[in-house]
Design a protein around this ligand. Structure first.
Ligand SMILES: Cc1cc2nc3c(=O)[nH]c(=O)nc-3n(C[C@H](O)[C@H](O)[C@H](O)COP(=O)(O)OP(=O)(O)OC[C@H]3O[C@@H](n4cnc5c(N)ncnc54)[C@H](O)[C@@H]3O)c2cc1C
Length: 305
């Protein structure tokens, strides 16, 4: 098997991803789990409603133990985000934050849910009139314009770099950046203007005109992309055609085997909808891991015939 080819790629290392990694790697498949455990909703939580565990457990400890278990069963782990996914005739291709490209027979989405709103004055009023939450969807509307992106993780940095192909000038506004060294270097070597501050208000009459920053400055900007969190979980899925639930369009739709509408793609945990509970995430991760491994093994066998 080529060095970059996996049977199962698990995007997300919270309880859903970890359980999927444990079950998939015990089924003689090559598995890699991606994403930082520090970004799991569980990391800062204290759990006392998870079966078979006495008292209150610290989320960070649970995640570290789970990661150790997954590795023990042979799963590989890389604490980095996925930036892009595409599909060839036979495989899925993923571009990782560190610049590496990998291929896989199956994918499990377990990226949880992330905060999307900034919660500052003007944001709601100007939403759809200069305020956008998806660079990949709306970049084209900002050809030749001065635009800004806010967010401190891979979604924002990748978004700002993407916008360079469209806009006349791109600002990235964030107090600090929590991305890989490779992505940070890519940003510093680009024409994106990084401002270490926070947006406190979005200004404009009928469309975004300027942004007020916490450092007291105002910047002229015709658009504001709010890209909080890691590379947009739902964007990654929908851009390759994964269907969302028909009621809220906020969650990935799956059946009882955690299969999505695309063969070989599964989803588990908060990303498939509430209740947002560790017990549910783990249960769905278990099913997704087993199903993805079974599918990948069948696929591998048919490839060698
Ligand atoms: C304060 C708080 C208290 C809570 N208390 C409880 C409780 O008492 N009981 C309970 O059962 N539940 C509780 N929860 C909920 C529980 O933590 C979640 O339901 C659970 O963590 C969901 O697991 P998940 O694996 O679906 O997602 P998460 O745990 O959120 O993990 C998501 C993972 O995806 C990764 N990721 C995201 N985007 C990308 C990308 N582009 N590329 C690679 N990786 C990516 C992240 O880095 C992270 O590793 C609490 C949550 C919070 C915030």
């Amino acid at each position: 098997m080529s060095d970059s080819l996996y049977d199962v790629v698990i995007i997300g290392s919270g309880p859903a991803g970890i359980q999927a990694a444990i079950h998939a790697s015990r089924r003689k498949t090559r598995v890699i789990m991606l994403g930082r455990i520090e970004n799991s909703a569980l990391y800062g939580a204290h759990i006392e409603n998870y079966a078979c565990i006495k008292g209150v457990s610290n989320g960070k400890d649970l995640l570290e133990t789970g990661l150790e278990q997954a590795r023990h069963f042979g799963a590989e782990y890389s604490p980095e985000d996925v930036l892009k996914i595409s599909q060839t005739d036979t495989l899925f291709e993923l571009l990782l934050e560190n610049g590496r490209q990998i291929q896989s027979r199956t994918i499990i989405f377990s990226m949880g849910v992330s905060k999307t709103k900034l919660g500052v004055p003007g944001e709601k009023e100007l939403s759809g009139r200069g305020v956008s939450y998806c660079v990949d969807c709306d970049a084209n509307f900002y050809r030749g314009a001065v635009v800004s992106v806010t967010g401190n993780r891979s979604a924002a940095v990748d978004g700002a770099l993407t916008l360079l192909d469209y806009a006349s000038h791109v600002y990235l506004i964030a107090q600090n950046l929590d991305v890989s060294e490779e992505l940070r270097n890519k940003l510093h070597n680009s024409n994106v203007e990084y401002i270490a501050s926070e947006i406190v208000a979005v200004k404009g009459e009928n469309a975004v005109q300027s942004l007020q920053l916490a450092n007291g400055k105002h910047i002229e900007s015709e658009g504001l992309f709010i890209e909080l969190g890691s590379k947009g979980a739902l964007q990654l899925a929908t851009l390759i055609g994964v269907m969302l639930d028909s009621e809220s369009f906020k969650y990935i739709q799956t059946n009882k085997k955690q299969e999505t509408n695309i063969e070989g793609i599964y989803a588990a945990g908060d990303i498939v909808g509430p209740p947002y509970q560790m017990a549910k995430a783990v249960g769905e991760g278990c099913v997704a891991g087993m199903e993805a491994a079974t599918y990948a093994r069948k696929k591998r066998k048919s490839e060698s015939q």
